[in-house]
Design a protein around this ligand. Sequence first.
Ligand SMILES: [Zn+2]
Length: 244
Amino acid sequence: MSIVTDALVLKVTDTGESDRLLYLLTADYGVIRAFANRASKSKSNMQAASQTLCYGEFNIYSGRDTYTVNSAVVKEVFFDLRKDIRLLALGQYFCSLAYELIPEGEPAPDSLRVILNSLSFLQSGRRSPEFLKAVTELKLISLAGYAPDLSGCAVCGESPAGEVLFSPSQGRFTCKTCSKYGRVISPGVLTAMKHITMSELGRIYSFRLSEQDEKLLEKISEEYLLARTGKTYKALEFYKSVST
Ligand SMILES: [Zn+2]
């Protein structure tokens, strides 16, 4: 059976002289691994399509145990990210998040759109890497079914106007009078977290924060993602190593 779906290449490994294994985030089938034969008839086509951060429409043969790419129409390669190792590292971190968070076989059009939009903003330089990292982490983990509960204080249920205490391990916040534990977050950061997790996809990038709040949002989003997934990410460590 052949399937046609939009997909982003998350990772590529060489499997032989002419074959490559592509890790694809597809709109219709989540994350799948598909073989791509560089020596196939659509040679030039596959050369372009079988590289990391290439986005396009993929025609894939679905066999009993394996997927094989028949052909692909490249729509975007995000090539300019390669000019800046820091931006490229962050793009690759987004890819590793997709690989960890999105299961095989389930449609993932929203997650694909978030990553494509973030890569596009990253490449254009219109929003800072810190901002895009926070938005992408928080939205992807929410789409995976682990959105933090920001509806009100975990103890009294109220929504206080001032600073609150957020617990990354519990994904809840409390008033400062209801608990002593958690990271202090400003009203601006709490509003931003609500905006990212609850807004429709087209609006999640539509807000601004002070530089200080943007840094705090980035820290909180990462802590929450790491606490929820219980994993470490080599791509994140690499991004940090080239960011200092
Ligand atoms: Zn309270």
